[in-house]
Design a protein around this ligand. Structure first.
Ligand code: FAD
Length: 447
């Protein structure tokens, strides 16, 4: 007996219910990944993530080979490719994790229909993208939680399933052809790297997370986001391991992990929120030449507000940005410059290695005040934020070389007050914060 296992957002061998079930019920399995050109056509194949994906697939293949198997990679429409592979090896069944996005749902529907037509069965297993599946928790009067705090309360009381070990052996039939692994491959991608990073984080980083998570210069967060996005780490296993590590940072860290699940369950229930306002505030975002020029200055890290520019330059250089930076630059674009959140969300998705439709679009909406934030008109002040989260100016001086000679301290956050010699080549602010705030308050009808 043979079975196919389709890998999607779960590029790992540990804690993989679909893989375990397939191996339990068949003599041979085909571990399959399908490179879907529709992802690129939809504009979601950012080079930084393609590279990370290639690294993950190489690592998955290596892990399977250690167990006597290999990864089969195909390219094309997933339902058609899965059917073709199942036909090639005469597999009676296909196993896959439940989809939890609109895109994944449509793929699953097509797959079910195509396999049924060929007389083969599709087994859909628990989602492995979140710790608690979207839809598992609902308030009395709605199909999803619209506010984080009550969701977190229910989520925390939930008993998570036990994690599954990686299989010892995987027997793959010879008959199935593979297109081969994609070229390239980021270092630090893949399940092996993810597990090493998590272990190191539990030993060395977690303890001070509660106090240090917003310290921009210390860079003291886990950087596990891309691993969680590609599923090289299981969120269930991560929550279990963090909880058993315990200590002062564990509760704060688990809370952040819950935000992923929260955003997923919002998007699963309101798939349109990836492009449309979750809650409209009747915004008439700025458009036209001046707005475009402001958005360009924002993208290029030359707004004249050092903290905003430092964070945008970190994004361009590393494909990653600290959460505090993301909050600040998103508030600056949407509220201070009053530019549509979709403009910023698009730029993030083009550059972030952890770029994730649910987390990105819903965090953008949260900041813009069109999402689940209960204080939709709050505006972050980039100077006050900078003083609080980068008090010595170290983060800014790291990313904005024009200001590198400014002595340590908070003065670097207001370069317009400094003598000319300290800010050579650094632009003047694109606008006064008070003007931005007044425009935003007018636009939202706040008096
Ligand atoms: P840590 O602080 O170590 O947190 C651990 C994990 O918890 C993260 O890896 C992540 O999976 C999760 N997490 C933490 N904060 C959040 C949050 N606010 N929302 C959801 N999950 C969270 N995260 C993404 O994974 N992909 C995105 O595309 C993304 N876009 C964002 C856009 C904006 C405007 C904002 C404000 C936040 C965005 N985030 C996104 C959330 C967060 O900034 C990143 O997950 C975090 O910075 C990743 O770094 P880390 O792994 O070191 O985080």
């Amino acid at each position: 007996r043979r079975a196919v296992v389709l890998f999607t957002g779960d590029l790992r061998l540990h804690d993989h219910p679909a893989l375990r079930a397939a191996i339990a019920g068949a003599d041979e399995v085909v571990p399959l990944f399908v490179l879907d050109p529709a992802v690129a056509r939809a504009g979601f194949a950012a080079p930084v993530r393609q590279d990370f994906l290639a690294g993950c697939l190489a690592d998955l293949d290596a892990g399977l080979r250690e167990r006597g198997g290999r990864l089969v990679v195909r390219s094309g429409e997933p339902a058609a490719e899965v059917c073709a592979v199942a036909a090639e090896c005469d597999a009676a069944e296909v196993h896959v994790a439940a989809a939890d996005s609109g895109f994944g749902q449509r793929r699953e529907d097509r797959l079910r229909a195509a396999l049924a037509g060929a007389g083969r069965r599709l087994h859909v297993h628990d989602t492995v993208v979140t710790a608690v599946p979207p839809g598992a928790l609902t308030p009395q009067a709605s199909d999803h939680f619209a506010v984080f705090t009550p969701y977190f309360r229910h989520w925390s009381a939930q008993r998570l399933r036990d994690t599954l070990p990686a299989p010892r052996t995987v027997r793959v039939p010879d008959a199935v052809g593979s297109a081969g692994l994609p070229e390239g491959g980021a270092r630090g991608a893949g399940e092996g790297a993810a597990r090493r990073r998590l272990s190191a984080w539990l030993r060395g980083g977690l303890g001070s997370y509660g106090t240090g998570q917003d310290d921009l210069a210390a860079d003291a967060t886990s950087r596990l986001s891309a691993h969680l996005h590609f599923g090289t780490l299981s969120p269930v296993e991560t929550v279990h391991r963090v909880r058993s590590a315990g200590g002062p940072g564990a509760a704060a860290f688990v809370r952040q992990l819950c935000w992923r699940d929260f955003n997923r369950q919002v998007l699963a229930a309101r798939t349109g929120a990836s492009v449309a306002d979750y809650r409209t505030r009747q915004d008439r975002w700025r458009t036209g030449k001046a707005a475009d020029a402001d958005a360009d200055a924002w993208r290029e890290g030359r707004t004249g507000y050092p903290m905003v520019d430092a964070a945008m330059r970190q994004l361009a250089a590393e494909g990653w940005m600290h959460n505090r930076g993301r909050l600040l630059v998103a508030s600056f674009l949407t509220k201070t410059l009053y530019v549509d959140w979709r403009v910023g969300a698009r730029h993030f998705l083009d550059l972030l290695v952890d770029g994730d439709v649910a987390n990105n679009q819903l965090n953008w909406q949260w900041v813009a005040g069109t999402g689940t934030d209960t204080r939709p008109n709050r505006v972050l002040n980039p100077v006050l934020q900078a003083r609080r989260h980068d008090p010595d100016g170290e983060y800014v001086r790291r990313w904005v070389p024009e200001l590198a000679a400014v002595p340590p301290g908070a003065a670097v956050h207001e370069p317009w007050k400094l003598p000319e010699k300290y800010r050579k080549g650094y632009p003047a602010p694109v606008l006064a914060l008070s003007d931005g705030l007044a425009r935003f308050r007018r636009a939202r009808g706040l008096h």
